[in-house]
Design a protein around this ligand. Structure first.
Ligand SMILES: Cc1cc2nc3c(=O)[nH]c(=O)nc-3n(C[C@H](O)[C@H](O)[C@H](O)COP(=O)(O)OP(=O)(O)OC[C@H]3O[C@@H](n4cnc5c(N)ncnc54)[C@H](O)[C@@H]3O)c2cc1C
Length: 312
């Protein structure tokens, strides 16, 4: 049989035969162009970046792909740069690099990145992979929602950008077409304090029971809050955002920040709770998630507002 066209583009590892005799072929492109061509030729191939989600799926036999598309040799995915007044961050930039290289510009995402797994997971895992998995508990997602980030998708047909809230369509579902790959995500540099907090069943190496990302955005006089792990997707708490934005505007607090009234902080917490759509599962009950979100909302607001007052 003649070789498939992508054979000239990718290195192919010798097929592994698992115990039951199914071959798993590893496609290893070394450029973005070749990766897109391999994706076109094998739309069923499972892309792998850090592998911290994919390898769990394979090890537990939840997936049995014929092809795995290894993206770790594609240098373009590991780059980030200023673009369109913000930042374009390649899908293969790890959590460790986000903390080390972008912590000053994307503080909310960096705080969230510090909560992911362990140093080993942060050295391998990527926000691109978090987007690919599209779990409502993904720690990278609430900060992206709170900054109105966009996801850049590419195929041999071309490139498109989607707001992250349109990219994630349901629990572990997204708008990625079979021939597309996640190239990057785009985020504005923070123009005000950002926070992220998460509740887990222990202090580290834990999937969020619930979480909250908060961004104060003085440039456009807005507040953005996104709930994680308490609904089918991350959820923007729009009622809470509008309420707090209105209070800050009407009282002139953006220009002359002073301590927030306790009633305002309390109300913000309640509105965040109301926006959530929690379920009960092995990690926590719906009631606990709702209660904890109120606490996280009050806490992150007070932290972010203290920072804002200090910087004003
Ligand atoms: C021990 C452990 C602890 C963890 N702790 C946390 C935690 O605290 N918080 C958290 O959010 N997650 C956690 N995770 C899950 C995981 O680390 C994250 O979801 C991580 O962001 C995945 O990134 P990755 O690069 O390893 O993705 P991969 O495993 O390589 O891929 C994940 C998914 O994205 C797809 N994909 C990857 N890259 C692309 C691309 N460029 N284009 C299209 N699709 C792509 C893959 O096909 C797959 O479906 C943990 C995992 C482990 C094993």
């Amino acid at each position: 049989m003649p070789p498939a066209p992508h054979d000239t583009l990718c290195e192919r590892a010798v097929p592994d035969r698992d115990q039951e005799g199914f071959p798993v072929e590893l496609l290893q492109p070394t450029s973005w162009e070749d990766a897109l061509e391999a994706r076109r030729a094998h739309p069923g191939a499972v892309p792998i970046n850090g592998g911290t989600d994919v390898m769990v799926e394979l090890n537990f036999d939840r997936r049995r792909p014929e092809h795995v598309l290894d993206l770790t040799r594609v240098p373009e995915l590991r780059e980030w740069a200023p673009a369109d007044g913000g930042l374009r961050i390649g899908a293969g930039v790890t959590y460790t690099r986000i903390v080390d290289e972008l912590g000053d510009r994307l503080p909310g995402l960096a705080i969230a990145a510090r909560t992911v797994g362990s140093p080993q997971i942060r050295n391998r895992g990527t926000v691109g992979g978090n987007l690919g998995t599209s779990s409502p508990a993904g720690d990278g997602l609430p900060p992206l929602y709170a900054s109105d980030a966009e996801v850049e998708l590419a195929s041999v047909r071309g490139t498109r950008r989607l707001p992250v809230a349109e990219f994630v369509t349901g629990p572990k579902r997204n708008a990625l077409a079979p021939d597309e790959l996640i190239a990057a995500f785009h985020m504005p540099v923070a123009d005000g304090p950002q926070q992220y907090a998460k509740i887990g069943t222990r202090n580290a190496m834990v999937i969020a029971v619930c979480s909250l990302g908060l961004a104060l955005r003085p440039r456009d006089r807005r507040v953005a809050a996104c709930i994680g792990s308490a609904g089918p997707t991350p959820i923007r708490a729009t009622g809470a955002e509008t309420f707090l934005g209105g209070v800050l505007e009407e009282a002139g607090l953006w220009e002359r920040p002073r301590a927030l009234d306790a009633a305002v902080v309390q109300r913000f917490g309640e509105l965040v709770q109301w926006a959530a759509r929690p379920i009960s599962d092995v990690r926590g009950t719906a009631e606990y998630r709702s209660h904890a979100l109120g606490v996280l909302a009050r806490r992150t607001l007070q932290w972010a507002w203290s920072d804002y007052r200090r910087e004003a």
